[in-house]
Design a protein. Structure first.
Length: 135
């Protein structure tokens, strides 16, 4: 059976399902959430450098601090988890536990040149020798 579009009904259902799974625009910009999550994954550390490979699992709040023709600055609250460095074995309990997980807030700077390019974020990064602790 086919629909008026010529696409089989099963194909149309799969196509609509895939569209429903696409991330909603972040601050009105399609694809920005993916770019910010990728930048965070490539640069961020959490918990004073203990968590060296955190992933942003959920964005829980977005504030637009600046939106001009040249740049966008967002303050995000997010949930992070580090499955690489945050897993440890507890000798008392025979299960794996996670210590590197929690909520954080960072500002992200996005340049509006040739599309959207994340160019910076606040907070500790792998590039900081002291993980953003000053000094």
């Amino acid at each position: 059976m086919s629909t008026a579009t010529g696409i089989p009904a099963v194909g149309l259902a799969l196509l609509l399902g895939a569209c429903a799974l696409a991330a909603p625009p972040l601050a009105g910009y399609d694809g920005l959430g993916f770019r910010i999550r990728s930048y965070y994954a490539d640069h961020a550390v959490e918990e004073n450098g203990t968590c060296r490979a955190p992933e942003m699992r959920a964005i829980t709040d977005v504030q637009v601090l600046e939106d001009t023709d040249e740049r966008l600055v967002l303050r995000l609250r997010y949930y992070f988890q580090d499955d690489a460095y945050g897993v440890y074995e507890d000798p008392e309990v025979p299960i794996r536990r996670l210590r590197c997980r929690g909520f954080g807030t960072r500002d992200f700077v996005v340049a509006k040149r040739d599309g959207l390019v994340v160019v910076g974020m606040s907070g500790p990064t792998r590039i900081d020798r002291n993980f953003g602790a000053g000094g």
